[in-house]
Design a binder for this molecule. Structure first.
Ligand SMILES: Cc1ncc(COP(=O)(O)O)c(C=O)c1O
Length: 284
């Protein structure tokens, strides 16, 4: 595997970051995960907008423009011959003096790597089992709105899911309402309306989440941003998750209880998959 590291394309065993890098020491950095389809990154601009918000929040010096990164990404995909994959982009603040102060840490490390995309059989789309995690997400935390390199709540939640043999973990906000899942945004269907928690400072503004809301509008499916609890999810007409790597994934159980299955999921998932295909077709 060839990795992009600070302007160079190097074999992965030579793609090495200092033990004094602040991303390693403090999680002082950001990342994005893009779906690459037929050699093209899907929803590049949307991911870059979220990355830029994180860069503004952390005041990270960014050595590349979006256009330069995109060119480097295209070269990485070419060199690795991985036109269907997941691209991970990481920007860490780089090396600084000992201590939390970012003063003087002016040379960020920029890494891009490619990973296999999930293999999805369109005839048998994935169905995930969920558990409710014991980890709570704080309200009004600006850090939850960026993909910072500090994702310990998500790591703990996901390890709880692993321990239960589940595919994903739901995280509640400290208020007890469901916020999102460890690496995906949550949707449920209530009285024919597609619902999702609002961007109120507790959840990651998922790129796929925004796309789902846009697709609902295009398909004339009513959608609203509101709150819910795990108990109400069990009463809902269906639950699904959204994330760049897998797209739209139906949830079939929560804490061992069967969830209802909604016929509304299919048109939304089909429209998403079509957008993914058309996007790569248009740009080819
Ligand atoms: C905590 C969290 N929420 C939601 C998502 C989904 O975001 P996106 O649709 O931008 O991939 C992710 C993706 O990794 C995530 O880590």
């Amino acid at each position: 595997m060839i990795v992009f590291l600070n302007g160079q394309f190097v074999p992965e065993e030579k793609a090495v970051i200092s033990v004094f890098d602040r991303g390693f020491l403090y999680g002082d950095g950001l990342f994005e995960a893009f779906r690459i389809c037929r050699g093209k990154p899907f929803l590049w601009e949307q991911h870059m907008r979220r990355l830029q918000q994180g860069i503004d929040l952390l005041k990270l010096p960014m050595p590349y423009t979006s256009g330069q990164l995109r060119e480097h990404a295209a070269e990485l995909i070419r060199q690795n011959e991985m036109p269907d994959s997941i691209l991970r982009l990481i920007i860490s603040r780089g090396i600084g003096a000992r201590g939390y102060s970012p003063k003087g840490a002016d040379h960020p490390s920029v890494v891009m790597s490619l990973h296999p995309a999930p293999v999805i059989d369109p005839g048998h789309p994935p169905q995930w089992t969920l558990i409710t995690s014991s980890v709570r997400l704080p309200a009004n935390d600006p850090l939850t709105q960026s993909k910072t390199c500090n994702k310990l709540s998500q790591v703990l939640a996901r390890s709880e899911a692993d321990a239960h043999g589940a595919n994903e973990a739901l995280l509640l906000a400290t208020s007890g309402e469901v916020a999102e899942a460890s690496s995906s945004n949550l949707f449920w269907i209530e009285h024919g309306t597609v619902c999702t928690p609002p961007l109120a400072g507790t959840i990651l503004p998922g790129v796929t989440r925004a796309m789902v809301l846009e697709l609902c509008e295009r398909l004339n499916i009513p959608a609203m941003q509101t709150t819910t609890t795990p108990g109400k999810l069990l009463q809902s007409q269906g639950v699904f998750l959204s994330l760049s790597s897998w797209g739209i994934v139906e949830a079939v159980t929560l804490d061992g209880n069967n969830l209802q299955r909604s016929p509304l999921l299919k048109p939304i998932r089909d429209a998403y998959n079509k957008a993914l295909e058309e996007h790569s077709g248009l740009q080819a």
